[in-house]
Design a protein around this ligand. Structure first.
Ligand code: ADP
Ligand code: AMP
Length: 214
């Protein structure tokens, strides 16, 4: 099963992608996580990506696309995978379609997690991330067992720099200008499925499962 998750930043793509990956035993590939790991490890890619991420801008396509095209050809992707945060531009989507076509392959689903902008601002303001293992929480909707501490590794949780309110608005503008057109792109390919991301996260998951198991 090969899936891409679509939706605004903070819509809940990562939250759902982890649950889907767990359920089907397929890798969850998040370009945001890959960039953050590179930043943490001080790689050249990390240094370049950080300049864009801190401003709420997209990392250039040429730094992003090859990374994903290589990743999906690894052994653990044979049964499928779930892409979270990629593609984010039409050129990225086109490269992915072409790379898959050259392998006689194609995506099965593009799942669009639909949430209004006003709601996104609350979601991102309450998101807390673990700088050590990358786990994500929400102060209200997905609170850790001990306030401010990661359940998985015990590190202190942070508000991501790009989740600061000033950057969130910029990221939403970038989303509408560059990423939202992918909804039409995948609709035309006949694989778009939209779920109401405003619901409780377990309900959103059930709605996604209903699509995948239909
Ligand atoms: P994305 O990967 O799309 O940027 P996340 O999955 O990180 O978004 O979700 C953004 C924030 O909203 C997180 O703090 C997460 O815990 C919370 N969240 C995700 N889905 C829901 C939901 N259905 N209802 C309420 N909060 C949610
Ligand atoms: P995310 O964790 O998906 O919210 O991504 C965090 C940031 O990483 C984004 O705001 C972008 O700056 C960058 N990023 C992640 N994925 C991509 C992508 N496919 N194309 C360009 N930039 C990306």
């Amino acid at each position: 099963m090969k899936i891409v998750m679509l939706g605004a930043p903070g819509a809940g793509k990562g939250t759902q992608a982890i649950k889907i990956a767990d359920k089907y035993g397929i890798p969850h590939i998040s370009t945001g996580d890959i960039f953050r790991a590179n930043i943490k490890n001080g790689t050249e890619l990390g240094k370049k990506a950080k300049e864009y991420m801190d401003q709420g801008l997209l990392v250039p396509d040429e730094l992003t696309t090859n990374l994903v095209v290589d990743r999906i050809q690894q052994e653990d992707c044979k049964k499928g995978y779930i892409l979270d945060g990629f593609p984010r531009t039409i050129p990225q989507a086109t490269c992915l379609t072409e790379a898959l076509a050259s392998l006689n392959d194609a995506l099965d689903y593009a799942i669009n997690v639909d949430v209004q902008d006003e709601k996104i601002v609350t979601r991102m303001g309450g998101r807390r991330a673990c700088p050590n293992c990358g786990a994500t929480y929400h102060v209200k909707y997905m609170a850790p067992k001990i306030e401010g501490i990661c359940d998985t590794c015990g590190a202190e949780l942070i508000l991501r720099a790009d989740d600061e309110p000033a950057t969130v608005q910029k990221r939403l503008d970038v989303y509408h200008a560059q990423t939202q057109p992918l909804i039409d792109y995948y609709n035309e390919k006949g694989i778009l499925k939209t779920v109401d991301g405003d619901k409780d996260l377990n309900e959103v998951f059930s709605d996604i499962l209903a699509i995948l198991e239909a």
